[in-house]
Design a protein around this ligand. Structure first.
Ligand code: SAH
Length: 456
């Protein structure tokens, strides 16, 4: 290890910054954010030093060796090598930590890249070797650590004194905090519900009660999972999923989580809704963290509401994580804007599931201009949907796009109009799931570049 990372307390500490250009300004902002009192030495200074965070001052001249006296930290950010060297030598002569921007050989300390979610701070460094790699790693950390961690950190900081008196034994205290972090309690801290979080932190509730996360898995492409979905999938003890959730998505879940298939195939209820609800309650009562993973968004034709009712009745804590619904995902990947100032001012999500060969819907409302219709579960009822729209007066040449397995590499798009599409789709032998979009937006220029089109 070439460097020891330390988090430096600079509150009200005198810090010397040599230089007045753009790079010096960046360092000045960072140092002021850490509460330092800045002395800037530079013949010219391009930036202001706000009084509010001060007192700071600017000395308008070149650097002199005596400037470093009494400083807690010295930073050189000039583009003059001789000046930088002089600053470095002067600081080191007095054993003051010194950083020369982009010159690790002249520095005794290096600014790491930081992820700042105060009070959570993470620093990444490559010993000054590769600032680009450092920044890349920082970005990955940013994506990995949820913003909600800040709230948890604030909550736990505020509860420190009470934790100490409640659990005087340090081992018991650590165990209690670990149980809290692994259980539902942390979810309440993330949502700033401090008093409910207290119920978990200051009792053994956390260990005995599970929680259910109703999570939207998006339309197929695993990269369309939300960060929140990934975080909860990483925390899960057990995952209940159905057939819209692909193996590639399940791959992203915690390795030792149990995976339970509760799908419904071909309209046949292989697992009844009642039994899914019962399983959710049962598993949570066993103290397990259950992810109920659903295709798309759990609240769009997902029966998420019904599953929550069962949880509410059984007083099981739950969280809902939205997902990208099939309409958004399929349309985006096909370049079809669901609304567009020139073609459609509203969009309607409709279930096209036929009951007794009939699709019973308010057809008259569907024929008015300026709207996009998106039919979910529509393949079985496609011919009927097109016929009904024509019968109720929608123009025969209204464009229709049918997308199979949207957002996945197997995605196929069939494009036609109300008259031609059913035949084209039958010939293309599309596999489910498929989504049908009806409306002028399909003619938008961006949609012309969609892959694998079959034209009429
Ligand atoms: N909750 C889901 C919808 C569940 S209903 C969501 O928000 O997307 C199931 C229907 O969604 C399917 O019959 C199909 O119409 C549509 N669907 C889901 N994923 C799809 C995909 N990748 N491509 C096309 N249609 C899809």
């Amino acid at each position: 290890m070439d460097y020891l990372p330390l988090h430096f307390n600079l509150r009200a500490a005198p810090v010397l910054l040599v230089g007045g250009g753009v790079i010096a300004e960046r360092k000045a902002n960072l140092l002021m954010e850490a509460g330092a009192r800045l002395t800037v030495v530079a013949p010219e200074c391009q930036f202001e030093l706000p009084e509010a965070s001060g007192p700071h001052h600017w000395i308008a001249r070149g650097f002199e060796t005596s400037d470093v006296s009494g400083m807690r930290l010295v930073v050189a950010a000039t583009n003059d090598l001789a000046v930088n060297q002089k600053v470095s030598i002067a600081a080191q002569a007095q054993a003051i930590p010194v950083n020369v921007v982009d010159q690790p050989d002249l520095s005794t300390v290096i600014f790491p890249a930081i992820v700042n979610r105060s009070p959570v701070l993470m620093s990444v460094g490559t010993g000054g070797g590769s600032p680009v790699l450092t920044r890349l790693l920082r970005q990955q950390l940013e994506a990995l650590v949820p913003d909600t961690m800040v709230r948890v950190a604030k909550y736990l900081t505020s509860r420190r004194p009470r934790l100490k008196s409640f659990y005087p034994d340090i081992d018991v205290r650590r165990k209690a905090a670990e149980t809290f972090m692994a259980g539902p309690g942390i979810g309440y801290a993330e949502r700033d519900a401090w008093s409910v979080a207290d119920d978990y932190l200051f009792s053994d509730l956390g260990a005995s009660r599970g929680e259910v996360y109703l999570v939207g898995a998006g339309p197929g492409d695993p990269d369309l999972l939300t960060l929140r979905a990934l975080q909860l999938m990483q925390k899960a003890d057990v995952i209940l999923y159905d057939n819209l959730v692909s193996p590639k998505i399940l791959d992203r879940a915690r390795r030792d989580a149990d995976r339970v298939y509760v799908g419904k195939r071909g309209g046949l209820a292989s697992t009844s809704q009642l039994s899914i609800n019962e399983q959710l309650v049962l598993l949570a009562r066993q103290g397990r963290r259950v992810v109920r993973l659903k295709g798309g968004d759990p609240f769009v034709f997902g029966r998420g509401g019904e599953e929550l009712e069962a949880l509410v009745k059984a007083q099981i804590p739950f969280q809902v994580v939205p997902g990208i619904t099939a309409a958004s995902g399929c349309a985006a990947y096909a370049g079809i804007p669901l609304t567009h100032r020139d073609y459609a001012q509203s969009v309607r999500f409709v279930t096209g599931h036929p009951k007794n060969q009939q699709v019973d819907l308010p057809w008259r409302e569907f024929i008015s201009e300026g709207q996009t219709l998106v039919f979910y579960m529509g393949l079985g009822g496609l011919a009927e949907i097109c016929a009904q729209l024509i019968r109720h007066g929608k123009a025969v040449d209204t464009p229709v796009a049918v997308i199979s397995k949207g957002t996945t590499p197997e995605s196929v798009l069939v494009k036609g109009n109300l008259e031609t599409t059913p035949g084209l789709v039958a010939r293309a032998q599309l596999s489910s799931p498929t989504l049908t979009i009806v409306g002028e937006v399909i003619n938008a220029p961006s949609a012309q570049v969609a892959l694998q089109q079959i034209h009429d």
